[in-house]
Every structure is written in structure tokens, then in C-alpha cells.
Design a protein around this ligand. Sequence first.
Ligand code: FES
Length: 177
Amino acid sequence: MDNSLPLESPSLSRRQLLNFITGAAVAATAGAALYPAGKFFIPPAETGAGGAILAKDVLGNLIPASQILAEPPGTRALVAGLAGEPTYLIVKEDGTLDSIGIVDNCTHLGCTFPWNPMDQQFQCPCHGSRYAPDGTVVRGPAPLPLKIVQVVAIDNSILISPWTENDPRTGEKPWWL
Ligand code: FES
């Protein structure tokens, strides 16, 4: 007589099925409960065509173009740009917004830096690199010009998008592409 256990126990299969159904029900309930909370913490996608985003302040509030353009000509206004990178927007002498923004990220080791209006330079406090108003290196150790982005004001909003054309300072393909 064969006393060995059957390879598949019907009761075990029923238990597995019940466990599966119970697990699925718990997962569905938990998912339904957590969805609104998760959605709250995931920022809505605000990336437009070509990866464009709207300029914001450090708190995540949209910055109207009129706010930047109320500043005097020559102002370098820092905003949160692509991927949250701090980015300088420039008010030109004619009171309009420069179509080129300068990313505030030193090409030496990534420090942020202020604009020095007296010297008309971006000056990195970490190791002394200096950049001209257009972001080209005036003094190292920075090895590369500052990254630039495209800036356009539309209906009082400021759109910032990746710079994908040739770098106007070198005439060559940008180093960040
Ligand atoms: S990080 Fe700016 S000079 Fe070193």
C-alpha cells in the first residue's frame, strides 16, 4: 500500500487560493487608500514640448515675467530652472528678458556662485573660477563655459527649455549634450 503524501494536496491549493484572494484584496484596498497620498507627494508633470518648464522660485511658486522685468536692466535673477537647477535670468538693457539663461553650477566642481555686478562676472567662491556675463571662463580652474538654457516669456510666464543647438559662444555642439 502506498502511504506517501500526494504531491498536490487539495487543501493546500485551496489555502493558496484563499491567500491569493486575500492578498489581492488587501493590495487593492491599500492601493486605493494610498493613491491620493502618493499623488500628493508626486509633483504633477509640468514639462512641456522640448522639455520646457515654467520658472519658479525656491518655494515652487511660478514666477511671472513681469516680476523679473520689474528689476533694473542688467539684473541677474536666480530662479529654479530645469530639474530644479538654479538658473540666472537676465534683464537686458532694453528691459526685455534675455533668451539665454545661465545655469548656476560651476563647471569645476559644481558650486553655486553669485553674480558680481561691480566686476560684471560670475565668481565662484569655492576655488576662484570666474566667468564672463555670457558664462565663458575668464579664470580657472573651471574647465568649461557655464551651461546655458533657452528662455522665453509667454503670456507673463517664463518658459525655460534645454539648449540643444550649437553653443553660441563656441559655435560648436554644447558640452552638455
Ligand atoms: S567649484 Fe567653482 S571653482 Fe571649484
